[in-house]
Design a protein around this ligand. Structure first.
Ligand SMILES: Nc1ncnc2c1ncn2[C@@H]1O[C@H](COP(=O)(O)OP(=O)(O)O)[C@@H](O)[C@H]1O
Ligand SMILES: O=C(OP(=O)(O)O)[C@H](O)COP(=O)(O)O
Length: 395
């Protein structure tokens, strides 16, 4: 696979697939700019070479036509501020306006195209639509790692229309860091899995059992394990149909010599809200009508000790309902331990939208080795699946 460092963009128009699928609030302000920040070096390299940049992305999941709340025009100001120049905008990603604005682009200029998913053909991977996109640029750059698991027109199909197709810096760094964790990780290697559901992460958990020394399970998914082992979990998150599977995972871990670590205690709440009454109870001893919303202090201590002395750490999924400050303590405690492991010389990779925003909101983004811009894409890559966005770049 060739990368943008293999190309001099002087006088060339780069058609760049970025993942600008960023969260916006009701005022259409960007609430987490991680993905935009990540794409800057790729765009800068192209402009510095004397090329111009045509940026294309999706935002959210529109139904196939224009929707105000999913318009990429809301990103124009942020991008213009970041690059210190006016970023031009085409109100449709294909057609005459986009074509003439692309053709008029001069050296060092940036054009942002409207949301690709305002056309159904994007997610369908339509070839004719991909061809229309391809006429806008001379060289195709894919830097949208977060969307690389989709075989869409702009992420995969479009590549066939270009002689020169390369990965951007985000794409290259993401693949390199994922590889670092998967192949020959320094040991001990600890994976921390959290978040809401086992069903979302079952394949990666199974895969990781062949790789890690310690597998920590926290967050909502841990209550299914607890219940399967005979514990009382009240109204906590439960995937009843995954109870047998959770016991199988415990057995598999044993057989493979992996230290599978489950919570010792939990913070239970009498309501799913930040203001709920709360108390700490032992795992498996949750009161009727109460629910576990965070890991407890003994668990934080146990998890943190294991994490802090690890040489490789992979973290995916929060330890509790961290959106409520009252139940963010466990996630913060683990974030601190990941930072400590990194400061002790370990390599830490954080994946998943929620874990990444937790780390960034705590101001720890620069204190861990790498925060992935991918959620589903990183998981699929780590499960061993081929990513269509990567495959399309291979010659
Ligand atoms: N104990 C819990 N009860 C209910 N929801 C939980 C619990 N722990 C974590 N969650 C929720 O899990 C969600 C994140 O899960 P997930 O999407 O799998 O993580 P990520 O985006 O990091 O991959 C968060 O919205 C969080 O509130
Ligand atoms: O946010 C994204 O993925 P993620 O929620 O797995 O991190 C990507 O932009 C892909 O979006 P999609 O899942 O609507 O294809």
């Amino acid at each position: 696979m060739r990368t943008i460092d293999d190309i001099n963009f002087k006088g060339k128009k780069a058609l760049i697939r970025v993942d600008f699928n960023v969260p916006l609030n009701e005022k259409y302000e960007i609430t987490d700019d991680t993905r935009i920040k990540a794409a800057v070096p790729t765009i800068k390299k192209i402009l510095d070479d004397g090329g111009s940049a045509i940026l294309m992305s999706h935002l959210g999941r529109p139904k196939g036509g224009p929707e105000e709340k999913f318009s990429l025009k809301h990103l124009v100001k942020e991008l213009s501020d970041r690059f210190g120049k006016e970023v031009k905008f085409a109100s449709d990603c294909v057609g005459s306006e986009a074509e003439s604005k692309a053709a008029e682009l001069k050296e060092g200029e940036i054009l942002l195209l409207e949301n690709l998913r305002f056309h159904n053909e994007e997610t369908k991977g339509d070839e004719a639509f991909a061809k229309k996109l391809s006429v806008l640029g001379d060289i195709y750059v894919n830097d949208a790692f977060g969307t690389a698991h989709r075989a869409h027109a702009s992420t995969s199909i479009v590549a066939q229309f270009f002689e020169e197709k390369v990965s951007g810096y985000v794409m290259s760094a993401e693949l390199e860091n994922a590889e670092k964790v998967l192949n020959n990780p320094e040991r001990p290697f600890t994976a921390i899995m959290g978040g809401a559901k086992i069903s979302d992460k079952i394949l990666i958990i199974e895969k990781l059992l062949d790789k890690v020394d310690n597998l920590i399970i926290g967050g909502g998914m841990s209550y299914t394990f607890s219940k399967a082992k005979g514990g009382k979990i009240g109204n906590s998150l439960l995937e009843e149909d995954k109870m047998d599977l959770s016991l199988e995972l415990v057995e598999k871990a044993k057989a493979k010599g992996v230290n599978l670590i489950l919570p010792l205690d939990t913070v239970e709440a009498d309501d799913f809200s930040n203001d709920a009454n709360k108390k700490v109870v032992k795992s498996g001893e949750i009161d009727d009508n109460w629910e576990g919303l965070d890991i407890g202090p003994d668990t934080i201590k146990l998890f943190a000790e294991t994490v802090a002395k690890s040489k490789t750490v992979l973290w995916n999924g929060p330890m509790g309902v961290f959106e409520f400050p009252a139940f963010a303590v466990g996630t913060e405690g683990i974030a601190e331990a990941v930072v400590q492991a990194t400061e002790n010389g370990g390599f830490s990779l954080i994946g998943g939208g929620d874990s990444a925003s937790a780390i960034n909101n705590l101001g720890y983004g620069d204190k861990v080795s790498y925060v992935s811009t991918g959620g589903g894409a990183l998981l699929e890559y780590m499960e061993g699946k081929e990513l269509p966005g990567v495959k399309a770049l291979e010659n």
